[in-house]
Design a binder for this molecule. Structure first.
Ligand SMILES: *Cc1c(COP(=O)(O)O)cnc(C)c1O
Length: 403
């Protein structure tokens, strides 16, 4: 076997499709985000980051970083074990209480990432129920898809946010068969929002459990940052809420919030939870500060929404193909993978603007795009120079302007 040849063949095919991933080597500077230093092969330069999921800049918030400083001085760097073997610190216990309260659930469970939370929970629940049908929105995140696949149970994919199709699938199996309806609130690539209450009502009518990924909404929506379900007043209709601590909350980790029984089962049966060292208490201290702050403060959420709307309007006025949506995500369509990569390279090389091209498999082929995530710290001036740069690249590369 020519291992090297096989490996390089695999990579060449990605390159030919414009899908080969090049990581941008950047350093964020506390206090000046979204400015950062880009370590290019030719040397360093200052850039503005336009694609961070640190949506509110909480990763650099003084309250968060000082809580982390305090914790590292008090307890040291790591947790030292899995949750079962010496890795449950008081910080973890406090944070799980805080999260259960945020979502008005009996209980919550921390994971090392949102990815693991989805994968571990969906695979475990469907396995424990036995012959459980998981009905999955077609645009669900890879971590949910992977969890459902690993459950080994039957799966049906429902057309994105299509209630009629969902009902059809719910009706296609006996009422007594266990079912989980899995979906997201804010879909992070198109920025559209699911009708959570209606989906849950339908699911419950057919005896299904509801599983909601609020990764792109926690911290960002709802009066206390509880997400879209909180904003819409339907927290009680969602059986299991999953979230991340890495995006709106700005640190790292993931969680579920649900009934005591659900949490107890996942805690007891999910290998991805059981056999992995728990989050560092330093991270957890930072997360606690972030969650507590965003429960009490609306300023960040309000400015965040205003910034997104302002950028969207500026792009529209400049005749750029911005996708309209009701959330904080601002996608600009390129619809060609190679061109999308070239545009991002031009922005970085010529304009010191960093936005990662989003290509297949993250989005369907033919819908390649730039995904801008304005945060409260992006200024009007930064937005003006972004729009100017895009206008320049669009003209030079003769890219279509209609959305
Ligand atoms: C980012 C993401 C996750 C994973 O969360 P991490 O904490 O980054 O692992 C899960 N679901 C969706 C929809 C995401 O975009």
């Amino acid at each position: 076997m020519d291992y090297e040849g096989k490996l390089s063949e695999a990579l060449t095919s990605l390159r030919n499709e414009g899908r080969y991933r090049v990581f941008a080597d950047i350093v964020r500077h506390r206090g000046s985000f979204p400015r950062a230093t880009f370590h290019a092969p030719e040397g360093e330069k200052e850039i503005v980051v336009w694609c961070s999921n640190d949506y509110l800049g909480m990763g650099q918030n003084e309250l968060v970083t000082s809580a982390m400083h305090e914790a590292v001085d008090l307890v040291g760097a790591g947790s030292g074990g899995t949750r079962n073997i010496s890795g449950t610190t008081h910080y973890h216990v406090e944070l799980e209480k805080e999260i259960a309260d945020l979502h008005q659930k009996e209980s919550a469970l921390l994971f090392t990432s949102g990815y693991i939370a989805n994968d571990a929970t969906l695979s475990t629940l469907a396995r424990v129920f036995g012959d459980c049908l998981t009905i999955s929105d077609e645009l669900n995140h890879a971590s949910m898809i992977e969890g459902i696949r690993r459950s080994g149970g039957p799966k049906r994919v429902w057309r994105h946010n299509d209630l009629e199709h969902l009902e059809e699938l719910l009706q296609s199996v006996p009422l007594e068969q266990p079912k989980i309806v899995a979906f997201e609130s804010v879909y992070s690539m198109d920025g559209d929002i699911a009708p959570i209450g209606e989906i849950c009502d339908l699911a419950h009518k057919y005896g299904a459990l509801t599983y909601l990924d609020e990764v792109h909404a926690v911290g960002l929506y709802g009066p206390r940052g509880g997400g879209i379900a909180e904003r819409d007043g339907v927290l009680d209709k969602v059986d299991i809420i999953e979230g991340t601590l890495a995006k709106g909350f700005g640190v790292m980790g993931g969680y579920i919030a649900a009934s005591e029984a659900v949490v107890d089962v996942v805690r007891s049966y999910a290998p991805g939870f059981i056999f992995s060292t728990s989050l560092s208490p330093v991270l957890v201290a930072g997360i606690l500060a972030s969650v507590r702050h965003l429960k009490a403060s609306n300023v960040e959420r309000e400015v965040h929404q205003e910034r997104a709307q302002t950028l969207r309007k500026m792009l529209l006025d400049a005749g750029l193909p911005v996708m309209m949506c009701e959330s904080h995500i601002v996608p600009v369509m390129v619809k060609d993978p190679v061109l999308c990569k070239q545009v991002a390279d031009d922005l970085l090389n010529d304009h010191n603007i960093y936005v990662q091209p989003i290509n297949y498999p993250t989005v369907p082929r033919g819908t390649e795009r730039l995904r801008f995530t304005p945060c409260p710290l992006h200024t009007d001036e930064m937005m003006e120079s972004l729009v100017h740069a895009l206008d320049d690249v669009w003209t030079r590369r003769k890219i279509r302007r209609a959305a």
